[in-house]
Design a protein around this ligand. Structure first.
Ligand code: B4P
Length: 190
């Protein structure tokens, strides 16, 4: 079973590349950002917690998002594999993902770290903000998201490095160029 963690700063292209990976490898795409936005649209309890936090560029608490992900995995009992997009974002979430998969006798196969420099991240997200309608695609919130990423999410790289699963992907260049590097990394471990 192929289980991919797609990792990177806000705007690095996790969602964009996940769509291409799903098409080629037939994995189930679990994007915690998409799940939370759907919960906000439904007005659920989780959505109410997430709403104010996302618009400020803050994370949803670990215990909330871990339960959300556990339930999301359960909805796909016949999956050939998963792509985890936007999760884990903290070391606590990375440890939880290992446990959630272990109890199902599966494991993370590879962690793809899409590396994009800050000026490009801000440019992409401001550009997306012109049409996305997302409450977090404005300059102040983008800067806060990048700060939170640097403080809370960067240590996740070391977590997977220690397990020998971390692969750095150059995230600048065209979407097709980035995807070619991703396919090389996945095909190498298959
Ligand atoms: P996410 O929805 O995961 O948002 P993201 O990091 O902004 O997006 P991504 O990297 O996928 O960018 P995309 O491909 O769209 O999270 C939103 C919020 O939800 C978080 O800030 C947090 O509050 C909350 N949340 C989610 N998961 C959580 C968790 N686990 N714990 C706690 N809180 C959580 O690309 C961006 C833009 O770049 C697009 O417009 C795209 O077209 C463009 N682009 C992509 N690749 C390009 C390329 N190669 N060249 C040029 N442009 C490119």
């Amino acid at each position: 079973m192929l289980n991919v963690v797609i990792f990177g700063a806000p705007g690095s292209g996790k969602g964009t590349q996940s769509d291409l990976i799903v098409e080629k490898y037939g994995l189930v795409h679990l994007s915690t950002g998409d799940i939370l936005r759907a919960e906000i649209a439904k007005g659920s309890e989780v959505g109410k917690i997430a709403d104010g936090l996302i618009s400020k560029g803050q994370f949803v608490p670990d215990d909330v998002i871990i339960t959300v992900l556990d339930n999301a995995i359960d909805q796909h009992p016949t999956a050939k594999g998963f792509i985890f997009d936007g999760f884990p974002r903290t070391v606590v979430q990375a440890e939880a993902l290992d446990s959630l998969l272990k109890k199902r006798n599966i494991r993370v196969s590879i962690m793809l770290n899409i590396d994009v420099h800050q000026a490009e991240l801000v440019k992409r997200l401001l550009n997306r903000g012109k049409t996305s309608g997302r409450s977090d695609d404005n300059l102040a919130t983008i800067q806060e998201r990048i700060n939170v990423y640097e403080q809370k999410t960067l240590p996740v790289i070391q977590f997977y490095d220690k397990q020998g699963k971390h692969v750095r992907i150059k995230g600048t260049g065209t979407m097709e160029e980035v995807f070619t590097s991703i396919c090389e990394a996945i095909d190498h471990i298959k």
